[in-house]
Design a protein around this ligand. Sequence first.
Ligand SMILES: Nc1ncnc2c1ncn2[C@@H]1O[C@H](COP(=O)(O)OP(=O)(O)OP(=O)(O)O)[C@@H](O)[C@H]1O
Ligand SMILES: [Mg+2]
Length: 284
Amino acid sequence: MTSAAVEAVLRQAREVASGRARPALPAGTALRVGVDLGTAYTVLFVLDDDGVPVAGGYRWAEVVRDGVVLDFGGAVALVTALRAAAEEVLGVELDHAAVTVPPGVPATEVRAHRFVVEAAGLDCTAVVDEPTAANAVLQVRDGAVVDVGGGTTGIAVLQDGRVVSTADEPTGGTHVSLVIAGSRRVPFEEAERLKQDPALQPELLPVVRPVFEKVATIVADHLAQTSVPVDRLWLVGGTAAFPGVADIVQQVTGLPTVVPTDPLFVTPLGVAHHDVAHTPGRGG
Ligand SMILES: Nc1ncnc2c1ncn2[C@@H]1O[C@H](COP(=O)(O)OP(=O)(O)OP(=O)(O)O)[C@@H](O)[C@H]1O
Ligand SMILES: [Mg+2]
């Protein structure tokens, strides 16, 4: 996808997730559904045959941490609610989805993610690692996709459009918020709010810079271990939305670094591309 096409898809994702857009769905449209179970946000998107987001939503919940399902019932309830909201918007019944896991999680956790989706009434058609999912949207041929989420930083290195190595290390937005909570002496929830306030982000940058330098070091260390040359980075995940992250990653790694608008949505949209397109029944 060209960067303009990626930006257009991300803008449309924001419109449907906020409820501002409710695209008409012609009967017989084949849909793909993606679920991204994250440490901070659980996100569900539905794409039409052309890969355009037609419904979706996200909720903050601590049901999964760093790829481990901590609260199975809570995760199922969340995915069920997101599914029901999308069905209501579309007037169809959704019965299948692809789901993300962080790269390298053990098979038991891969199964747990699959079971969450299935217990929410969706046949799980694929389990995909997060940066690989993100690349279904970005379609990077050569370079690295870095997913800086709430709990971890995931990396996928691509060569000729194929993922040749992945890694996942703890450090993400939760650590950013903990640093803000410590320096401002406020509870975590308040630190989350301060962190996402665009008016405060410039003055918070010096405080949180060490966390972003750690993210950059994780990336640099992984790249140093792969034999594939990487000359450009794409940052996705909610934490990449903090202004200034790309500059820090670029300084530490020495590589040009791109952040799409609304990086939070790239991985959840990407995982939907891995679902099997399927024409659902009309809802009642
Ligand atoms: N505008 C913003 N500025 C800074 N941080 C943001 C912004 N929007 C979201 N975040 C942060 O992004 C993180 C959530 O991102 P994302 O949904 O990609 O993570 P996740 O998938 O839940 O976590 P993980 O992939 O590590 O399990 C949270 O820490 C949240 O505070
Ligand atoms: Mg994530």
